[in-house]
Design a protein around this ligand. Structure first.
Ligand SMILES: Cc1cc2nc3c(=O)[nH]c(=O)nc-3n(C[C@H](O)[C@H](O)[C@H](O)COP(=O)(O)O)c2cc1C
Length: 409
C-alpha cells in the first residue's frame, strides 16, 4: 500500500523523518559578513521547521571561499567559526524536522564579477548565448586540485556534523562541479576523470566515500542528481540510473532527482533540447525509473505545488516529495495540507522574450520572499518580476563588494 505523505520514513542510516515532505535547497544569498549564517537565516529556518516539513535541506553551502556561486552564500571551511552554524542547526531542527546542509562547489558556474578561482573538469566555459561573457573562463583542474576538492567536501561534512546538523546533501545536479564532471559536454578530459561514465562519476563517488569516512554512520548523506541534463549529447537518464547503481554500494541515505543546467534550466520547467516535461512534478517519471534501481529512498523535486501531486509522487513509488518555490510562498504548506487546506500557490512570473532574464527574475522573486521571511514578515504573492530583478541586482553589487573585501583580508 502507498504510504501517506504524513507517514514517517526511516532512512538507511536509521534516522527517522517525521513525514515525507522535504524543503528542497534554495540558495538564500543571506549570509552575514564572513559568509556565515546569521539572524535572517535562523528566522527563515525556524519558520520552515515550524511549518511542518519533515526534512529541511539548506541552500547550497560553499566548501571553498574562492569558489562561491553568490556573494551572500554561506561558506564552511576548516577554520570557519562554528557557533553561527550551531545556532542555524538548532533553528532548523525545531518541531522534529531533520536539517541537512547542502554542500556545493560551483566549478565553472561562477560569474565574472565574483572573482575567485574558477575551476572545471575542462577549460570549457558555459555557453549562455549572448550572455556567455557574464561567466568566467574556467581552468581545467590539476590532479592535486581535484584531491583538494575531495578533502574539502569531507571536512565540511565533518564540521556540519560537529555543528549539530543531521546530514549533508552533495549537490551533483544543475551544472555545478559534480554535474560538470558527469557531463560528456563539459568534461572532455582524457585522464582517469574523463571519458567513460565510470571516470566521469569518479569525483562524486570519491567524495561520497570521503564524506562517509569522515562522519558517523548515523549522519545523513544524500546526493542531488540530475535525471538528465536535457542537452543534446549530455548526461542522460541511463547515465543517472547507472550512477545510482554505483551509489547503492556506498551507504547513501537519499537520492534527490532533479534535472537541467544553467544552459538548459529544466529545474524551472524549461529545457534547451525541446524535450517536454510534465506540467507538474517535472521529473516524476525519471524518479520512478531511478527508484526502481535504487536501494536508498528517492526524492523528486520540481513543480510540486498541490497536495494531489504530492500524493501522486508517493503513488509512483518515490519516497519523498521535494518542494522548493511553494515553500518560499507558503512556508507552512505541510501544516496546511495536514489540516486539509489547499492554498493556491501562484507567483506572477515574467513572460519575457529574453529567457535568461526571465529566469533570473523568477529566481529573484523567490529570493525576495526568503528575505521577507528572514525579516519576520510574510511572503507576498503579487511581487513584480521587474522590481524583484532590479532590487536583486542592487543587493548583489553591495554583497559582491563586501565578499571581495572579506576575501582580500
Ligand atoms: C531561489 C532558488 C534558489 C535555488 N537554489 C538551489 C540550491 O542552492 N541548490 C539546489 O540544489 N537547488 C536550488 N534550487 C532549485 C530547487 O531546489 C528545485 O530543484 C527547483 O526550484 C524546482 O523545484 P520547485 O518547482 O519546487 O521550485 C533553487 C531554486 C530557487 C527557486
Amino acid at each position: 500500500m502507498t504510504p501517506g505523505i504524513f507517514e514517517r520514513l526511516t532512512l538507511p542510516n536509521g534516522s527517522i523523518l517525521p513525514n515525507r515532505i522535504a524543503k528542497a535547497a534554495m540558495e538564500e544569498d543571506m549570509a552575514e559578513r564572513g559568509q556565515v549564517p546569521g539572524n535572517a537565516l535562523f528566522e527563515l529556518y525556524r519558520r520552515w521547521a515550524a511549518g511542518g516539513a519533515g526534512l529541511l535541506i539548506s541552500g547550497n553551502v560553499m566548501i571553498d571561499r574562492h569558489a562561491v556561486v553568490a556573494p551572500g552564500a554561506v561558506v564552511l571551511e576548516r577554520d570557519t567559526p562554528l557557533l553561527p552554524f550551531e545556532r542555524w542547526a538548532e533553528a532548523g531542527k525545531q518541531n522534529g524536522a531533520r536539517f541537512w546542509l547542502q554542500l556545493n562547489h560551483p566549478g565553472r558556474a561562477i560569474q565574472v564579477d565574483m572573482g575567485g578561482r574558477v575551476l572545471a573538469p575542462s577549460a570549457i566555459p558555459l555557453n549562455m548565448g549572448k550572455r556567455s561573457k557574464m561567466f568566467a573562463q574556467p581552468k581545467a583542474m590539476a590532479e592535486t586540485e581535484i584531491g583538494e576538492v575531495v578533502s574539502r567536501f569531507a571536512e565540511a561534512a565533518k564540521r556540519a556534523q560537529q555543528a549539530g546538523f543531521d546530514g549533508i546533501e552533495l549537490h551533483a545536479a544543475h551544472g555545478y562541479l559534480f554535474s560538470q564532471f558527469l557531463s560528456p559536454l563539459a568534461n572532455q578530459r582524457t585522464d582517469s576523470w574523463g571519458g567513460p561514465l565510470e571516470n566521469r562519476a569518479r569525483l562524486l563517488l570519491d567524495v561520497v566515500r570521503a564524506v562517509r569516512a569522515a562522519v558517523k554512520p548515523a549522519f545523513g548523506l544524500g546526493v542531488k542528481l540530475n535525471s538528465a541534463d536535457f542537452q543534446r549529447g549530455g548526461f542522460d537518464a541511463a547515465d543517472a540510473q547507472q550512477v545510482v547503481r554505483w551509489l547503492n554500494a556506498l551507504a547513501v541515505d537519499l537520492v534527490e532527482v532533479s534535472g537541467g543546467t544553467y544552459e538548459s534550466p529544466a529545474m524551472q520547467g524549461r529545457t534547451a533540447d525541446q524535450r517536454t516535461l510534465a506540467r507538474e512534478a517535472y521529473f516524476l517519471e525519471f524518479a520512478r525509473d531511478i527508484a526502481a534501481v535504487a536501494s536508498m529512498p528517492v526524492m523528486t523535486t520540481g513543480g510540486i505545488r498541490r497536495r494531489e501531486v504530492a500524493d501522486s509522487v508517493l503513488a509512483a513509488g518515490v519516497s519523498l516529495v521535494g518542494v522548493a518555490t511553494a515553500l518560499a510562498l507558503v512556508p507552512d504548506l505541510p501544516t496546511c495540507w495536514r489540516n486539509g487546506e489547499s492554498p493556491v500557490i501562484q507567483q506572477r512570473g515574467p513572460n519575457w522574450k529574453d529567457k535568461l532574464m526571465a529566469s533570473a527574475a523568477t529566481l529573484a522573486q523567490v529570493r525576495r520572499q526568503l528575505d521577507r521571511i528572514g525579516q519576520g514578515r510574510d511572503p507576498v504573492t503579487d511581487s513584480s518580476p521587474q522590481w524583484a530583478l532590479l532590487s536583486d541586482r542592487v543587493r548583489r553589487w553591495r554583497l559582491i563588494f563586501r565578499y571581495r573585501s572579506w576575501l582580500r583580508q
